[in-house]
Design a protein around this ligand. Structure first.
Ligand SMILES: [Fe+2]
Length: 146
């Protein structure tokens, strides 16, 4: 793996995580319906957990001399998590976040392997934790859909 390929993997994971964070916050703000209080709090817990990891992720990238993507346009170009411009109902929001959370867990799994290959063990620890966090989010999202 070249340094350029490695950088791309990490930047894509960062931008996708940021897009996931924004989507969970979007759903926290905009969800409607009789289950509003539950969804509002549920999506709130997710975006706060993910949001709490963003700064550490950016600083990990800087420690590797990689610039953190930080413009909406750049984040959107790099992200594999599609932004949601409509306001789906709570169940659809949950389904969408579940698919995205599963995607994030897979991206962090691949990024972990890349970081290990490059000998960046501090970063790989962080990426393993993020994979774990998304598996937990996916569990709760999946359970909500039963
Ligand atoms: Fe809030």
């Amino acid at each position: 793996m070249t340094q350029e390929q490695y950088t791309t993997i990490l930047k894509k994971a960062f931008a996708s995580e940021y897009a996931f964070y924004l989507k969970a916050q979007n759903f926290h703000w905009n969800v409607e319906g009789p289950l509003f209080p539950q969804y509002h709090e549920f999506f709130g817990n997710i975006y706060e957990e993910v949001g709490g990891s963003i700064d550490t992720f950016a600083e990990q990238l800087r420690a590797l001399r990689i610039y953190a993507p930080a413009a909406f346009t750049t984040l959107d170009d790099l992200s594999e998590v599609e932004c949601q411009e409509q306001v789906p109902d709570g169940m659809q929001m949950t389904q969408e976040l579940l698919a995205d959370s599963d995607l994030m867990a897979e991206m962090f799994k691949a990024a972990f392997v890349a970081a290990e290959e490059m000998g960046d063990h501090g970063l790989s620890n962080f990426l393993a934790d993020r994979q774990d966090a998304h598996k937990k989010h996916s569990w709760m999202l999946r359970s909500t859909l039963k």
